[in-house]
Design a protein around this ligand. Structure first.
Ligand code: F0G
Length: 405
């Protein structure tokens, strides 16, 4: 475990109460400061190489490995996607497929650290608000840890696979009259009253685990830093986690270059991209976010200011994509590479396509798209946008004719 302190990202005050999620002094966002002095003596080859996934990077992680709650998260493939890259006009494109985590999304990286932290604190009830994936992940890790779990979901807007997971793992699933932002407000009130330990990404331990996606990408690219990393932005913690990991690798001297972090939002749910377009460092919350990519249907992203900082500080970019562009990118990834991602994840590919067409991204750039969740999470969207099954008689001649057409 790394020595660390929790501090306020805004005013730098030390925060010692493990149950608060905002700075008691200024109300700011919290972050974890990792003491990396010992890691500076190390090289990447000194990491626990037999270990695959998040826990390979324990020198960067703020929890005691003896309290580990793990379902073997991380260790996902980084695909060199030549056919997709050619179709997009960016030949050196890679896809980091986070849909192959234990519960099918990148959330497992944050949850193994977050739930291990809850165990360290002796928490017995954990909870979160979610557009789906966080709740699926927390429900699984709470089951593994033997903790009670409550998840707050926007009613009617959670993809079927995600809802099934939360129910299956035995969480108390609460369907909230409102959207994600309303559900989060409620979960935070419950946490403030100490009714549960909150495991949304406002909890600064969650992004710590999510840093591991960047560590893994660097291992997979032999520490040759890509020019750009493109990822979908919803509640805006993941882009911040990737940024923090880059800063830490620079601090220990394992990398020197900075990839341009590029955050993509859905057009109907785009407070961060709109702030970027008007060169602002803060965003205006949106009242009625709407998109087919329900995972990122969020109007008031908790880490929005951190995300904007990450984008500006790396010389990155932010933009929106339409639902049609998202679905088209999802289908292209499937048809060219045999990779099935959920709509929110396809936003990164749609963003790459749009920004290449607009000339923001050069043809020669080495790009990594982070595809955050598995397409099987949301089968309805896939089926609604696919050709229906072909009706046929049980006849070899009829079927042969169909195959030839
Ligand atoms: N992609 C997927 C598949 C997600 O589930 C999420 C967020 C994101 C991208 C965006 O990441 O919030 O860190 O910017 N899902 C959350 C949830 C909100 O409740 O599952 P972010």
């Amino acid at each position: 475990m790394a020595e660390h302190r929790v501090v306020c990202w805004d005013c730098n005050a030390d925060v010692n109460d493990p149950y608060v999620n905002n700075c008691p002094r200024c109300g700011g966002l919290l972050t974890v400061k990792i003491d990396l002095e010992n890691v500076k003596e190390m090289k990447p080859k000194d990491l626990h190489r037999e270990q695959i996934g998040v826990w390979r990077y324990t020198p960067f992680m703020p929890v005691d490995a003896s309290k580990k709650v793990s379902i073997q998260e991380g260790g996902t493939p980084l695909y060199r996607v030549e056919a997709l890259g050619k179709a997009l006009g960016v030949p050196k494109t890679h896809v980091k497929f986070e849909g192959l985590n234990p519960t099918g999304s990148f959330k497992d990286r944050g949850m193994t650290i977050g739930v291990s932290r809850a165990k360290e604190l002796g928490a017995t009830v954990v909870g979160c608000a979610s557009t789906g994936n966080t709740s699926a992940s927390l429900a699984a890790y709470a089951a593994k840890a033997g903790m009670k779990c409550a998840v707050f979901l926007p009613s009617g807007k959670v993809a079927a696979g995600k809802l099934a997971q939360a129910l299956f793992f035995g969480a108390k699933v609460l369907s909230i009259d409102g959207n994600f932002d309303d559900a989060l407000e409620l979960a935070r009130k419950m946490a403030d009253e100490k009714k549960l330990y909150l495991l949304n990404s406002i909890n600064p331990y969650r992004p710590e685990g999510q840093k591991s996606v960047l560590f893994e990408i660097m291992d997979q690219l032999a520490y040759e830093v890509p020019d750009r990393i493109v990822l979908p932005v919803g509640n805006a913690a993941n882009i911040w986690a990737v940024y923090k990991a880059i800063q830490e690798l620079k601090e220990v001297g394992w990398i020197s270059k900075t990839p341009m972090l590029t955050g993509i939002q859905a057009e109907g749910s785009a407070p961060v991209a709109k702030a970027f377009a008007s060169k602002k460092h803060d965003f205006v919350p949106e009242e009625h976010p709407e998109t087919v990519a329900t995972a990122i249907r969020i109007g008031n992203p908790v880490s929005g200011r951190k995300a904007l900082h990450a984008i500006y500080d790396t010389g990155g970019f932010s933009d929106t994509v339409t639902d049609a562009e998202i679905i088209s990118a999802q289908q292209l990834l499937g048809k060219t590479e045999g990779v099935c991602v959920e709509p929110a994840s396809a936003a990164s590919v749609a963003g790459l396509r749009k920004l290449r067409d607009a000339g923001v991204i050069d043809r020669d750039e080495r790009v990594v798209c982070i595809c955050t969740g598995n397409g099987l999470k949301d089968p309805d969207t896939i089926i609604n946008n696919a050709q229906p099954p072909i009706k046929c008689r049980n006849s070899v001649e009829d079927i042969s004719r169909i195959l030839l057409s």
